[in-house]
Design a protein around this ligand. Structure first.
Ligand code: SAM
Length: 260
């Protein structure tokens, strides 16, 4: 893959790098002993600008980079630092929980942000929380309210496994070369909402949610009748609504009615 395709937009604005590192590894509240974050996994360290700041605030950093030229640079820059482990790999091929329960962070390559978020959401207990810099438009989809234009499958998928918050936006001028779009720092805090909602099989529920959003502008009836039949679907009070109008809780209720 070319450099451009690997999403190599390097953060150069030091105040933004500091803010991200601080958000990923906040100090403990006043009164408690100052303590470093035990384990941070960074995806896409690039030239190591964020990595250096994470090393100041974490006991151990695992940095996963796909580009061998970047790895060579990192190996030189951080040579002798035993608290950093460099991993030469495609983050999409790895189990991100293999080093133990961790904070996962990174200024993500835009092309891989959604699948990396999906992998992160699947970590469950192995994830302390995630702090990702991603395209603003994707951040808006992750955190959208029902009924809004941005609300869709990605929102419901995220909400099933985590609370997603937008922390701050980053202007393209903070990067070299600058990307064409704005970015947003998001935080994902995992929870077990599936259990709270009585969903035993999260994968089956997500497949159902995907079907509900199959043709976003169509009614739930139109999206579901093929799979569940006219008789089951027509009697539902939600049948004439569109998926984008339903909250996660309402999806769970509909799933129970049709699939339980
Ligand atoms: N963290 C650096 C910074 O903030 O300046 C670089 C961020 S740059 C947006 C994304 C980085 O992710 C690049 O170094 C790129 O080579 C790396 N990358 C791209 N795809 C990757 C993948 N699938 N797995 C691991 N690293 C990847």
């Amino acid at each position: 893959m070319s450099r451009q395709k690997l999403g190599q937009h390097f953060l150069v604005k030091t105040s933004i790098l500091d803010r991200i590192a601080k958000a990923a590894c906040p100090e403990l509240p006043a009164g408690s002993e100052k303590q470093k974050e035990p384990l941070v996994v960074e995806i896409g360290p690039g030239k190591g600008a964020l990595t250096a700041r994470l090393l100041d605030r974490a006991e151990r950093v695992i940095a996963i980079e796909i580009d061998s030229a970047m790895l060579e640079h990192l190996a030189g820059k951080f040579s002798g630092n035993s608290r950093l482990t460099l991993v030469h790999a495609d983050a999409l091929d790895l189990n991100l929980g293999q080093w133990g329960r961790a904070v996962i962070t990174g200024n993500l390559p835009y092309y891989a942000a959604t699948p990396i978020i999906e992998k992160t959401l699947q970590l469950g207990n192995q994830l302390m929380y995630a702090m990702f810099l991603i395209q603003k438009e994707v951040a808006e989809r992750l955190t959208a309210a029902p009924g809004s234009r941005e609300y869709g499958y990605l929102t419901v998928r995220t909400r099933l496994s985590a609370d997603a918050d937008r922390l701050f936006d980053v202007h393209p001028s903070a990067f070299r070369p600058p990307p064409k779009v704005d970015s947003t720092l998001i935080r994902l805090r995992p929870h077990d909402r599936a259990r709270e909602l009585g969903i035993d099989d999260a994968a089956a529920f997500l497949e159902f949610a995907g079907l509900c959003f199959h043709q976003k502008r169509k009614t739930l009836r139109n999206n579901l009748v093929g799979a569940y039949g006219k008789e089951s679907v027509d009697g539902l009070p939600e049948a004439s609504r569109r998926a984008e109008q339903l909250t996660l809780e309402q999806f769970a209720e509909l799933y129970r009615k049709l699939c339980a």
